[in-house]
Design a protein around this ligand. Sequence first.
Ligand code: ADP
Ligand code: MG
Length: 268
Amino acid sequence: MTVTCYGERCEEAVEAAEHEIRRLDDLLSVGNADSEVSAVNRDGTGTLSEDTAEMVAEALSLYDTTGGAFDITVYPLMELWGFTTGDFAVPDAAALADVLANSGSDKVTLDGDAVTLSEGQGIDLGGIAKGFTSARLMEIFKEYDLVSVQCYGTKPDGSLWRCGIQDPNHPDSDSYLGVLSLADKAVITSGAYERYFVDETTGETYHHILDPKTGYPANNGLLSVSVVSANGMLADGLSTACYVMGLEQSIDYWRTYGSDFDLILMDE
Ligand code: ADP
Ligand code: MG
């Protein structure tokens, strides 16, 4: 995460932000064996801190509203594809079927702060954690008399923020799909161009947003989904979910639930 603040107490604010990012990372990271999420994945059950419980609750609710497109029980699938280790491989069909048989957030129970997974399950909050964290930073920044933070309030001169949406076909260049003018909103984009690997024998590309129904990377013609919302956690969860749902289903979702977010979808 990159944080830029403007105002008298901006240095203190940035330090507080960094501290909070690291604190949340220590709770959530599946790459850290000592994290709260790792403990749950090891033990199959656990008592969550308030923050983690809030994210799991939101994730379970997104699982329901998106018809299973957003599913934090993708963790064993992420492992199988090697996204957790960098040891990438296309899984064999039998191994994939085994993992799929156990997965599904409908088999996760959350009772207050107590979470229980079912046999063979693991959770990964990677699809929602950054949005939760950015929303938290906005709360922290309110305490520091800041003039401005990226996309918090308006720019120091009172004008709107301009936020470029990366062109998924040219992710390393400065070309944009377009530029949004915003105040007090989070913009979160999911695309296949951030984390992926190329299978050396076939030349096929496999990316890190998995369709929980097939166990394979989502492949429905969408190249990028950006969600604009005052609710950062929602924006993050939905960017991942819509990427899985595809163009038509995402538009339907927006028609049903879209009172507090907007979507920018780019297909092939
Ligand atoms: P990024 O990690 O690039 O910011 P996303 O917010 O879209 O992108 O999250 C992708 C991450 O979400 C993956 O790295 C993985 O941890 C997790 N994930 C992958 N597929 C799903 C899914 N169908 N539902 C929920 N989380 C997912
Ligand atoms: Mg996301």
